[in-house]
Design a protein around this ligand. Structure first.
Ligand code: ADP
Length: 490
């Protein structure tokens, strides 16, 4: 918007028309006072100011405008008479104006100057706006930095109040915060606590997880800086993501030493108890066999039936004790696998045969898929144990259905064979499926209805792990379960 100031109405009119014809927006003022009033209220890109005006002349108006911060930078073009003394013109410049045009006005020259000033002022305004925006952004950033700092302080305070050792790592895996408890196990903020020589190295494990972008969970012994004793801790380091990028990591060491000791004592007790039980049981078994032979009882007679029942119960007890012994072997790393080249299909048929012979009820076991009539390096007794466990469970946890399907797949490409045991029984809830392979885990909903100790699948998982295969389950509650294991062909 341009403001034209002239006391002569016809001059005002002709200048206004001239500028409007070039698409400029124009306002007019008939006196210096009116011009001042308007300039203080509105933003003008340019003021065209007649020098000779009664009351307040153009120079006075320009000087007054120069005194106000709002108007001091608005460019001014003076319109002056040809014979205006040079000293008046310099006076015009001194009071902050930028140029002058002599009367009578040459429209072309005036338009040229107006355009130049107008553009300059527009650019000035745009620059000012940019500057203001920049200032606003800087202010916003400063504010969010302050908020972030207070959030971080709050977070650190929370970590400080945890009963665990807590720390954070930056995106490069460098420790950048530790709580007070850290110093019970490390002398400096940067170095991780010293781990037991037989345990994993924290840095190495962390680097592996950092490469995969995955959380780290590890049970390790770390050395107390004061007592020099190692205590078992559960180390957890979790990545914190910010829009798909790891921003930093938060870690804790939880002291599980007491829990570990209790677990060890329990394992030792189980190991001793099962060993002690095994010896008298073996004698009982032998004596019952002797008795059976000596008495030559008719199997159909009540006495013969009793002996068979006793033998059945001894067998159950024997399986229980053998399983407990297996658990303690696993704990001590002594579960040994004796691999030989064996035809897997014959192992499967043997297991099915054993199950059919030892179950009185009518059981239907179907065989599906490509039969693995191939030699695979495996421990025959242990793999049969896994199959018998899967089949026994399939029957046990299907009280309303007696059908079981054993399906096998040979995957030449992946160089592995897969064995599925499918039942149509009670099924397992989704979120409990992984846990069934854990030691002593039993699904709560069914644990009262079915007898068991929750160690069969734990042993199976360990046997398959030692064969470098995988175990797993897929299941739908009320519809049934498929337990599977895979074995590498070589
Ligand atoms: P156990 O059968 O002695 O309890 P396992 O280790 O063999 O121990 O099985 C662990 C748990 O997994 C069982 O207690 C049961 O809750 C669940 N489970 C195992 N097999 C099946 C199955 N075929 N169908 C439903 N639940 C099963």
């Amino acid at each position: 918007m341009i403001l034209i100031v002239d006391d002569n109405q016809s001059n005002l009119y002709s200048l206004q028309k001239l500028l409007e014809s070039k698409d400029f927006q124009v306002e007019t003022a008939g006196s210096g006072e009116e011009a001042l009033g308007k300039a203080l209220k509105k933003d003008y890109a340019l003021i065209i100011l007649d020098v000779q005006m009664p009351d307040m002349d153009g120079f006075e108006v320009a000087e007054t405008l120069a005194d106000y911060s709002k108007t001091k930078d608005v460019p001014i073009i003076f319109l002056s008479a040809v014979n205006t003394d040079k000293k008046f013109i310099t006076q015009g410049y001194a009071s902050g104006a930028k140029d002058y045009v002599t009367k009578p006005v040459d429209p072309e020259i005036l338009l040229l100057k107006v355009k130049t000033f107008y553009n300059l002022q527009e650019q000035n305004i745009a620059m000012k706006k940019t500057q203001q925006n920049l200032e606003l952004e800087v202010k916003g950033r400063r504010e969010s930095q302050v908020t972030m700092k207070s959030q971080i302080d709050h977070f650190h305070l929370m970590l400080e109040s945890l009963p665990q050792i807590a720390f954070t790592l930056n995106e490069n895996g460098i420790v950048d915060f530790v709580n007070g408890k850290w110093y019970q196990y490390s002398d400096t903020e940067q170095s991780f606590p010293k781990t037991h020589p037989d345990d994993h190295d924290i840095r190495e494990e962390l680097e592996r997880c950092r490469k995969k972008g995955k959380a780290l969970e590890l049970e390790i012994r770390i050395k107390n800086t004061v007592s020099g004793n190692y205590r078992y801790h559960l180390l957890r380091i979790t990545p914190v993501y910010d829009e798909n990028r790891i921003k930093n990591w938060v870690g804790t060491f939880t002291d599980i030493d007491d829990q570990k000791k209790v677990e060890k004592e329990k394992d030792e007790f189980l190991s001793i108890a099962s060993h002690e039980l095994k010896t008298p049981l073996t004698s009982i078994k032998a004596y019952v066999q002797l008795l059976e032979r000596k008495l030559k009882l008719d199997k159909e007679s009540p006495e013969g039936g009793f002996v068979t029942k006793v033998q059945g119960q001894i067998e159950k007890l024997n399986t229980l004790i053998t399983d407990l012994l297996d658990v303690s072997k696993i704990e001590n790393g002594k579960l040994k696998i004796n691999r030989k080249s064996v035809n897997l299909e014959s192992v499967i048929s043997n297991a099915i045969e054993t199950i059919l012979q030892t179950h009185d009820e009518q059981i239907r076991i179907e065989r599906h898929g490509t039969k693995p009539d191939i030699l695979i390096p495996l421990d025959e007794i242990r793999i049969e144990q896994v199959l018998i466990n899967f089949l026994t469970n399939a029957i046990k946890y299907s009280p309303e259905n007696n059908q079981v399907i054993v399906t096998t797949f040979v995957d030449e490409e992946a160089q592995e064979v897969r064995v599925n045991v499918t039942d149509f029984g009670i099924g397992i809830p989704d979120f409990k499926q992984d846990a069934v392979f854990k030691k002593f885990y039993r699904v709560e909903e069914s644990s009262l209805q079915f007898q068991g100790m929750g160690i069969g699948l734990f042993i199976c998982a360990e046997i398959i792990k030692q064969h470098h295969g995988n175990v797993g389950v897929s299941s739908i509650v009320g519809e049934g379960s498929t337990f599977y294991f895979t074995l590498p062909l070589n």
